[in-house]
Design a protein around this ligand. Sequence first.
Ligand code: G6P
Length: 362
Amino acid sequence: DASDIEKGTYPHFMLKEIDEQPFVIRNIVQKYRNDDGSVRLDDSIRQAMSAADRVYIIAAGTSYHAGLVGKQLIEKIAQKPVEVHIASEFLYNMPLLSENPLFIFISQSGETADLRGVLVEVKEQGYPTLTITNVPGSTLSREADFTLHTYAGPEIAVASTKAYTAQMAVLTLLAVNTASARGIELDFDPIQELGIVASAMETLCDQKEELEQIARDYLATTPNCFFIGRAADYFVCLEGSLKLKEISYIQAEGFAGGELKHGTIALIEDGTPVIAIATQSHVNLSIRGNVKEVAARGANTCIISMEGLEQEGDSLVLPKVHEYLTSLTTVIPLQLISYYAALHRDCDVDKPRNLAKSVTVE
Ligand code: G6P
């Protein structure tokens, strides 16, 4: 049938979409790049970002996790304050807004009802709105003032992969463009750094055997799993745990490394898998301290680190990428580990139980 043709030689859409990520990043760079190497965005978006005194990112699920990374990118690169909110909570528990807010809706499908509820409400209040989506003709795209296209191509697997990394790449370019509008000089070349990210992604996509082995060693029979990380790595832990839950039905939790000891460490038993991410130099020692804490209580620990920060015994060392962009590469092994865990546990990878690709009801 048609879906078999689209999958090509891949057994699942999810695996195909994971492998497409390096191409997607290069494609985004090409779409938003000027000949002189600067970032091209509509002037209207540039102006809206400049005029806002605070950005409110609204999203759900995996797109919310991209939003958490987006906050850091916009705050660090463009020095503009950002809040990130879960769409379904925002509507009924609205924070005190700044004087000139800009609302950014991040949505793969552009159809999520929880986001639309917020969009309608803030438009009614007269605030400017921007949708970042993979489907430019979608409801959220049509109804917002501005749209940024993530150019990831159709994402078929219910569990989002390439849409997430595409969202983070576009958020990077939005941050860079905003910085230039504000006259902020960057000490790195974002276009070049995203190219390095794409190559690193390729390297990681070629490490399927190692990642399948990690899935087998840590996740074949376990009822639960923890992901721990600090700073930017924490946000990827949230996404990694969501991926694992969605497709393998393993109860998984993403935790800030330093927070585990304040209660949840009580759940660590002999053999509990704890996957730690260590790609941030300023917290490398402290996250490794957290790994020791759980190991001392019997956890089966797996450390994913990055070149320059690695230590003996790490399970996987990622190629070095710019410190702002680590989330784009760190998530690849987590996606693949989830994929192989789901396969080993005989789960329906592309169509997990109880889930829909796009949720158009509140
Ligand atoms: C659904 C999907 C998730 C997705 C979320 C947000 O729950 O199962 O994978 O992250 O909706 O979707 P959106 O299209 O708005 O990004």
